[in-house]
Design a protein around this ligand. Structure first.
Ligand code: ZN
Length: 343
């Protein structure tokens, strides 16, 4: 039912007041001090509900797709439902800062700026609380678990979201380096999609004095990691942009007596296009060719990657883009691509 509350006349300004700005700044800093990771944003969601308790929404939905919170504002006349989205989660990164409002939580930081996104969406909520949309509905979604890609799908799968499904969805991201007070728009996707690739090598350990009795992944790791990184054309930010960043690597044990039998590394694959027409040209030898002859890959499987590990294929099959709608949010893989090594 669309309604126009008599105490929200159209001539009331919805832009933030000086008091709003002071409150929002303090609140953003409070959020910044207490980051929570994807899927664990219970206290942050409580903070959102408490801060906007007086923002007069027509409907509040809690625990959407996890800890998601949504506020609905009905307009005076029928029309489309427009959704605006912020994210609740921080990152598993230690914040190294001298700021007085730096993270109080060891190993966790709001280093993607989602605290700022929440504050700006809260400013919109306060404005809509004073002045409803002229028509249609405004839906303000504080989405959980953006950083691991799970939250958008979970919110969409929530039956209550189906009842309020938006006709259009808008998301935005802070962009450090842009002059204060300036916003940037672009036609088409504006943010790269990313996909996580985890590669596990399983060989055979041996005593360090007799490595010939084992199967070490060392040489394969040493060649495949730089080969994957070299596949992208990250020099130019255009429609064919693709980049593979090795983010983590482990080989063997923290010991001197064992020749390694296992290795694992992770890479984030970032692409600008939703569907690449042609695979990017490798700028060095392909990883399959560069794998030492002494090892053959007997199996490789991954939810996101081709049946046999091929970094070129992984780069040429970019995931869905998350330019605006949560339905297009990136998906990160948690299933390892496993490579079994045989001598
Ligand atoms: Zn972000």
């Amino acid at each position: 039912m669309v309604k126009q509350a008599a105490n929200h006349p159209a001539d009331v300004p919805m832009f933030p007041t000086v008091q709003d700005l002071a409150d929002l700044t303090d609140w953003r800093r409070k959020l910044h001090r207490a980051p929570e990771l994807s899927g664990e944003e219970r206290r942050t969601a409580e903070e959102v509900r408490a801060f906007l308790a007086n923002a007069a929404p027509d409907r509040v939905l809690c625990d959407l797709g996890g800890h998601g919170v949504a506020f609905l504002y009905d307009g005076a006349a029928p029309g489309p439902t427009l959704m605006f989205r912020a994210e609740l989660d921080g990152l598993p990164i230690e914040e190294i800062s001298t700021s007085e409002y730096r993270s109080d939580v060891p190993g966790k930081g709001h280093l993607c700026g989602h605290d700022g996104h929440m504050a700006t969406l809260a400013a919109l909520a306060r404005g809509l609380g004073r002045r409803r949309p002229a028509r249609g509905r405004a839906l303000l979604l504080f989405q959980p678990a953006e950083e691991n890609g799970a939250g958008a799908a979970a919110v969409i799968a929530d039956p209550r979201f189906g009842e309020i499904a938006p006709d259009m969805a808008f998301a935005y991201h802070n962009m450090p380096g842009l002059p204060l007070g300036r916003a940037a728009l672009a036609a088409g996707p504006v943010a790269c999609a990313s996909r996580g690739l985890r590669v596990v090598y399983t060989g055979k350990t041996a005593h360090a004095s007799t490595p010939e009795f084992g199967v070490s992944p060392m040489a394969a790791v040493a060649r495949l990691m730089p080969a994957l990184s070299a596949l992208g054309n990250a020099a130019k930010l255009d429609a064919d942009f693709a980049m593979a960043t090795v983010t983590h690597a482990e080989l063997g044990e923290r010991a001197f007596g064992v020749a390694p039998g296992r290795a694992e590394w992770r890479s984030t694959i970032t692409t600008s296009s939703r569907i690449a027409k042609t695979p990017p040209k490798p700028s060095s030898a392909s990883p399959r060719r560069s794998t030492p002859k002494a090892f053959s890959m007997t199996r490789a499987c991954c939810r996101c990657a081709p049946p046999r590990i091929s970094a070129a294929s992984a780069l040429s099959r970019p995931p869905r883009c998350f330019c605006s709608a949560p339905a297009r949010t990136t998906r990160r893989c948690t299933t390892p691509t496993t490579i079994f090594l045989t001598s």
